[in-house]
Design a protein around this ligand. Structure first.
Ligand code: AMP
Length: 176
């Protein structure tokens, strides 16, 4: 069985979470299987290698899980992107639209070196709004988006088309 199928067999679909009509892709059962976590880390790191990235940016909170393991494997820094008000030091922020209302993500103002090439990582790509906001944070800080990685991509929502102007290397281990 290939890795994608192996992961699909483990991801748990939770209907109507966090609200009616959403099928939530619960990746926590993957974390119960260390060999799968290792393969996922290796697959994402392998794709990123060619870019010689300077850092991995992980988006709260499930983007921290594999973002950190990939950063460790590539021996580069990991930078957490968090929801508003969670980071203790000086931050830069980016507001973005949600289906209803808006949200804010933040990064520590000294986290990224000017000119740094980064990979943006999250557990799942849906509409791409969150990842685009992360790209804007990278640009504000003087960095460059080299590539993206996701554990899961919901391709029918076409998030990739919103990310392409930042980098066309948009890797996902599992595609729906
Ligand atoms: P988006 O900004 O629309 O690409 O949404 C991506 C963010 O929302 C990621 O941080 C995901 O963890 C979360 N998300 C969106 N839809 C789902 C879903 N169906 N299952 C699990 N997480 C989701």
């Amino acid at each position: 069985m290939n890795l994608e199928q192996e992961i699909k067999n483990v991801i748990r679909d939770v209907p109507n979470f966090p609200k009616e009509g959403i099928i939530f892709k619960d990746i926590t059962p993957i974390l119960q299987q260390p060999h799968l976590c290792e393969k996922i880390t290796e697959a994402i790191a392998e794709n990123a290698k060619a870019h010689k990235i300077d850092a991995v940016l992980g988006i709260e909170s499930r983007g921290f899980l594999f973002g950190m393991t990939v950063a460790r494997l590539l021996n580069v820094p990991f930078i957490p992107i968090r929801k508003a008000g969670k980071l203790p030091y000086t931050t830069i922020r980016e507001e973005y639209d949600l289906e209803y209302g808006s949200a804010v993500i933040e990064m520590h103002s000294d986290a990224l070196t000017k000119g740094a090439k980064v990979m943006i990582h999250d557990d799942l790509l849906a509409t791409g709004g969150t990842a685009v906001a992360a790209c804007k944070l990278v640009e504000k800080a003087g960095g460059k988006v080299a590539c993206f990685s996701f554990l899961v991509s919901l391709n029918f929502l076409d998030g990739k088309s919103r990310l392409q102007s930042y980098s066309d290397d948009i890797f996902s281990v599992v595609n729906y």
